[in-house]
Design a protein around this ligand. Structure first.
Ligand code: AP5
Ligand code: MG
Length: 189
């Protein structure tokens, strides 16, 4: 059983690449951003709370997202492996994930970090705004998401590096080239 974390800044291609990885390795994807956007669309209390953070590009509180992961993993008990997209995003979330995995008798196999320069990230997200119209893809929110990533999320890489689970993948070039790099790294696990 493999359990992967797809990691990287906003616009690095986690959602794009996650679809291919999920398909090839028959994994259940848990995308925190997608779960939260779905709650917003449904107008639930959780969605209303989440929107107030997401629209500014800030992180939703740890206890909220950890609760969602707990519930989702419980619902997906029969999955033969997980692909996490957008979780964990703080060291506290990474530690909570370890505890939850332990509870299920499983562990993180690898964290795959997509490495993309910031000017390319901004270009991609502004282009995505034209296509998908995601409300957090405006320049102010993008800049804040990048700052939040640098200060609160990037330190996670070290947490996994110390456990020998961190893999840096070049995230620029054609989508299919990046997919190939990810497959190569996963196949070696
Ligand atoms: P989330 O939805 O996770 O957003 P994000 O991390 O900002 O990442 P994106 O979804 O914007 O980018 P991506 O890496 O998936 O790239 P994509 O494949 O779309 O989180 C949103 C918010 O939710 C957070 O800000 C926070 O408020 C909250 N949240 C979520 N998780 C949380 C957590 N754990 N704790 C607390 N709060 C949380 O690609 C981007 C664009 O580039 C696309 O248009 C794509 O077509 C294009 N593209 C992809 N690959 C290439 C390529 N190789 N060349 C050219 N273009 C490309
Ligand atoms: Mg995404």
């Amino acid at each position: 059983m493999i359990n992967l974390i797809l990691f990287g800044p906003p616009g690095s291609g986690k959602g794009t690449q996650g679809k291919f990885i999920q398909e090839r390795y028959k994994l259940c994807t848990i995308s925190m951003g997608d779960i939260l956007r779905n709650e917003i669309a449904l107008g639930t209390d959780l969605g209303i709370t989440a929107k107030s953070y997401m629209d500014k590009g800030n992180l939703v509180p740890d206890e909220v997202v950890v609760g969602i992961i707990e519930h989702t993993m419980e619902q997906k008990k029969d999955c033969s492996g997980f692909l996490f997209d957008g979780f964990p995003r703080t060291v506290a979330q990474a530690k909570a994930l370890d505890t939850m995995m332990h509870h299920h008798g499983i562990q993180v196999s690898a964290l795959l970090e997509l490495d993309v320069p910031e000017e390319e990230l901004v270009k991609r997200l502004l282009l995505r705004k034209e296509i998908e119209g995601r409300s957090d893809d405006n320049i102010d929110t993008i800049n804040n998401r990048l700052t939040v990533y640098r200060t609160q999320t990037a330190p996670i890489a070290d947490y996994y590096r110390k456990q020998g689970l961190h893999h840096l993948i070049q995230g620029t070039g054609k989508v299919e080239e990046i997919t190939e790099r990810l497959y190569n790294a996963i196949d070696k696990l």
